[in-house]
Design a protein around this ligand. Structure first.
Ligand SMILES: Nc1ncnc2c1ncn2[C@@H]1O[C@H](COP(=O)(O)OP(=O)(O)OP(=O)(O)O)[C@@H](O)[C@H]1O
Ligand SMILES: [Mg+2]
Length: 473
């Protein structure tokens, strides 16, 4: 800047080169061959060492050391092919895009898992049901032992399937009282196999009289699952064998606590403040999005709780989850009917509707032994014809059937004869879906989960018979 005859004259070259140097956006001038002939300090900071932009891959997105991503834009400068190249940072957009793809993938896997889990409920109901029938026969001690193994393993498989179903279910956040110990058990069941394969010993010390927590048990299950998977990853990272994960629940300062302790890699002091931040991860892209703990922290906060960590780098970490105690709200109200055993079904007319032939046969076998008279239908349409011609004491109906669903059949029967709706007992493998649960709650209909125990089936039918009014009254 100079002063000529009192007027201030700008030195344009100096101004431009100062502005060029000051711009926080990386900018460079390149010749027709892509060689960098001029660049500002932001460019040097980000693309340190890059001399020729034509040598870069043709796509314009560029990931630099440190993990940031830039998009290169060019503007022609003159007719000798020189160009101005500037770079816009798009790290957040790229992460959000990756996250969207990841979530879509997870949603697809969720749908697949819930479909598979649902399909498994039918064969499991058959295995469990017939194993129970056999166990009621006269058996040699060795055969009885074997059948007991089949029974307990089928029940275990049923619980795993149930855990998958509740995990995959997309539900609106609930506000119910729930047992955190049970939530943790579900997670342990889910990871049991993986932990075994990775030689990780899982131990638990659950408070026997843990009060109920309040909120959404499915969301809290996600939190515990995340902590558990993080612990497994840290153990894998440290190559510590055998690995150990210890879960403890207790009450302290009027709050429910869960601590998850692992003997994995531990967390470096410099990372401690960042582990709950979105996108912070020390894992490679295939293994981590860095969103796990930030989502967990958010869920826990919404439940009025806290999540924090303590760690010694090199020897392990403890994550502690704190939740308020819930005293007022009763546990979920919709529960399968449970009435005392012993009331005879003798002479009762029962219709069994299920598209799975072995389920209808199983129920037939069980109930005819109790003296009931059974009709079978393999579809809702078939069932409707039978209901029109016969007076049933109980209608046992599968909820999910091809063609007309159990729910739709219920509505059709209700419009034919309102009294009959009190005689419905649904059998379902899909009870966790919000829509199904809402239906059961709204109409107050009884249901049983597949796979069920024989006494649960008999109890439920007896409960219905006791409760329902005779037709026409
Ligand atoms: N138990 C643990 N031991 C050691 N480091 C841990 C533990 N839990 C979390 N971390 C550290 O915190 C980081 C963030 O964890 P977070 O769960 O948010 O994401 P992630 O596990 O990397 O990815 P994602 O959960 O999306 O798969 C991890 O990358 C890891 O460095
Ligand atoms: Mg994680």
């Amino acid at each position: 800047m100079t002063r000529e005859g009192g007027a201030v004259v700008l030195d344009r070259t100096q101004l431009i080169s100062t502005l060029f140097a000051l711009i926080p956006v990386p900018v460079a001038v390149v010749d027709s061959g892509g060689r960098v002939i001029l660049s500002n300090s932001a460019f040097t900071d980000v693309f340190n060492g890059i001399q020729n932009l034509d040598s870069l891959p043709s796509q314009h997105e560029l990931e630099v050391a440190g993990g940031a991503t830039y998009e290169l834009q060019t503007v022609p400068l003159n007719n000798q092919g020189m160009k101005i190249v500037y770079a816009l940072e798009i790290t957040n957009e790229v992460q959000l895009r990756r996250q969207a793809v990841h979530l879509e993938k997870m949603a697809a896997i969720g749908r697949l898992v819930s479909g598979v889990a649902h399909e498994l409920n039918n064969p499991l109901a058959g295995i469990l049901g017939y194993a129970q029938l056999v166990s009621r026969c006269e058996l040699e001690p060795s055969a009885r032992r074997m059948i007991e193994v089949i029974l307990s393993q089928a029940e275990r498989a049923g619980k795993i399937v149930q855990s998958f179903l509740s995990l995959a279910a997309k539900t609106e956040p609930k506000r119910i009282a729930f047992d955190l110990n049970e939530t943790i058990r579900n997670v342990v069941r889910l990871r049991e196999y993986q932990a075994h394969v990775e030689n990780i010993a899982v131990t638990a010390d659950f408070s026997k009289d843990l009060p109920y927590a309040c909120g959404d048990p499915d969301q809290l299950e996600q939190v515990v699952l995340n902590l558990f998977v993080n612990a497994e990853d840290a153990i894998a990272d440290s190559h510590q064998r055998p690995g150990s994960v210890h879960l403890r629940t207790f009450v302290q300062n009027g709050r429910i606590h869960l601590s998850v302790t692992d003997n994995g890699s531990g967390i470096h002091a410099r990372d401690m403040a960042r582990i709950f931040a979105p996108f912070f991860t020390t894992k490679d892209r295939q293994h981590g999005t860095g969103l796990g703990l930030s989502i967990c922290a958010e869920i826990v906060k919404e439940h009025g709780g806290e999540l924090y960590a303590w760690s010694t780098y090199g020897s392990g970490s403890t994550f502690t989850l704190e939740l308020p105690i819930q005293r007022e709200i009763a546990p979920e109200t919709v529960e399968p009917v449970r009435v005392s055993e012993g009331l005879a079904l003798r002479g009762k007319q029962i219709l069994v509707i299920d598209d799975e032939v072995h389920i209808t046969e199983l129920i037939f076998d069980v109930l005819t032994r109790q003296g009931a008279r059974i009709d079978l239908a393999n579809s809702a349409v078939e069932a409707l014809e039978q209901i029109k011609t016969k007076n049933y004491d109980v209608i046992i109906c599968d909820q999910r059937m091809p063609g007309v669903s159990g729910q739709r059949l219920y509505r059709l029967v209700e419009s034919l004869n309102g009294d009959l709706r009190h005689r419905f007992l649904f059998v379902t493998g899909d009870v966790v879906s919000t829509q199904t649960k809402r239906f059961f709650t709204q109409v107050g209909v009884q249901y049983l989960r597949k796979p069920f125990r024989i006494h649960e089936l008999v109890d439920a039918i007896e409960g219905l018979i006791n409760r329902s009014q005779p037709l026409g009254s």
